[in-house]
Design a binder for this molecule. Structure first.
Ligand code: PLP
Length: 406
């Protein structure tokens, strides 16, 4: 158990009030900003002055005051010096990787990661001369063995999508530091629960689309990192966020800010329900995978990395073995029991559930799916916080019985 408190850190930073004394901050939607003295403009373009360097804002693809508030709050939550918000989680991942890796460089990645990220590493980045070796998520020695002279990055998800294998962040950090690599951690499944930066990660990424926003109504991302890496990403000549341009809109930043105050409460409730449902199903002898269960192979590891009070998260998987049975379970859960919604994504206040093999991991070919431990009948559930827990337990119990999982 870690001593870090993301809730406390987030509320230590300066509160922003709105114009006219608004309790909510104002939305600064301006695309461009005036300077009082024309001689300031060249200094801003040279990077000598700017909003963080005693100057002013320039243009909203560079920095925007509303987006900046969100970035500061997320950096505080993740225990990093600074952060850059982006238009999607994929933009955060691709810009961070492209900032570090150039043609000829190499990445060592966990094999159990979100399908879009897997496609980026396996198919798109090689077209730019950047290669990736995939290794078993839970085999620390395999990461070390895969390092080459041109390796620049270790890439992992704290809790891997969709197998829920847990990355040993302290051990990977030690190896990456010894070999002068950057450890990039996608913490999308476990905000507040785990703080990768205090465990040794260099860069922490989120798809804000998921738990952090929590309402499934925006697509957004963030790179939490050092001030120096923010300056690299935003550099006017070579910054991948500045020049590739996946800018977060100020209204999106405002919407997410308004949901951050209840992120801690939501995470606790997602976890409280997920452990209750998981234990109930396990007692019924259903094959369930949830990091909070003693039977999860890395239960001890994740327990040692957790911040106190947020539990083990809201995601669990049920192995129905075949695609047909998985589809039947989804159909019963949605259309008969009204337990949740058949949809990709996660971290919504309602339950979202999908068959990973044919949806969010479909970019990964069948052989690789097999080798990473992803069954064609795996159903991933992101348990919501609506309805009563008692009703939800009864609904899922009836559904697993109906499809013959017990
Ligand atoms: N990282 C993880 C773990 C994800 O599950 C996803 C999307 O499902 C992403 C990143 C990509 O995020 P976005 O859809 O916001 O681009």
């Amino acid at each position: 158990m870690q001593k870090f408190s993301p809730e406390q850190e987030m509320w230590k930073i300066r509160r922003e009030f709105g114009e006219h004394g608004g309790v909510a901050p104002s939305i600064s939607r301006s695309a461009t900003f005036t300077v009082m003295d024309p001689s300031e403009m060249p200094e801003i373009f040279k990077g000598v002055r700017g909003p963080h360097k005693g100057g002013c804002f320039l243009y909203s693809r560079h920095f925007n005051p509303t987006v900046d508030i969100l970035a500061r709050e997320l950096a505080a939550m993740e225990g990093t010096e600074s952060a850059v918000c982006t238009a999607s989680g994929m933009a955060a991942i691709s810009c961070a990787l492209l900032q570090i890796c150039h043609a000829g460089d190499h990445i060592v990645s966990s094999d159990t990661i979100y399908g879009g990220t897997h496609a980026l590493l396996e198919k798109l980045l090689p077209q730019m001369g950047i290669k990736t070796t995939f290794v078993k998520a839970d085999d620390v020695d395999a990461y070390k063995a895969a390092i080459r002279p041109e390796t620049k990055v270790f890439y992992v998800e704290t809790v891997g999508n969709p197998t829920l294998k847990v990355a040993n962040i302290p051990a990977l950090s030690k190896i990456s530091k010894e070999n002068n690599l950057k450890l990039l951690v996608d913490n999308t499944f476990s905000p507040m629960m785990v703080t990768p930066s205090i465990l040794g990660a260099d860069i922490v990424i989120h798809s804000l689309t998921k738990y952090i926003n929590g309402a499934s109504d925006v697509i957004a991302g963030v790179v939490c990192c050092s001030e120096d890496f923010v300056n690299q990403l935003m550099d006017l000549h070579t910054g991948r966020v500045m020049l590739l341009g996946p800018t977060m809109d100020a209204r999106t930043a405002f919407d997410i800010q308004q949901r951050l105050p209840h992120l801690a409460i939501r995470m606790k409730e997602h976890s409280r329900r997920a452990i209750a449902v998981s234990e109930h199903l396990e007692n019924l002898n259903v094959k369930i995978n949830y990091p909070g269960l003693q039977s999860h192979p890395q239960h001890e590891l994740i327990s040692s990395m957790l911040n106190e009070g947020f539990g083990f998260g809201g995601i669990f998987t049920l192995d129905c073995e075949t695609k047909e049975r998985a589809e039947k379970l989804l159909s019963v859960l949605q259309n008969k029991e009204r337990f949740g919604l058949i949809a990709v994504s996660l971290g919504y206040f309602d339950t979202l559930m999908s068959c990973s093999s044919t949806s969010t991991s479909s970019e990964i070919d069948q052989e690789e799916q097999k080798s990473m431990g992803l069954s064609p009948g795996l159903v991933r559930l992101s348990l919501g916080i609506t309805g009563t827990l008692r009703d939800r337990v009864a609904q899922i119990e009836r559904a697993v019985k109906e499809v013959g999982l017990i």
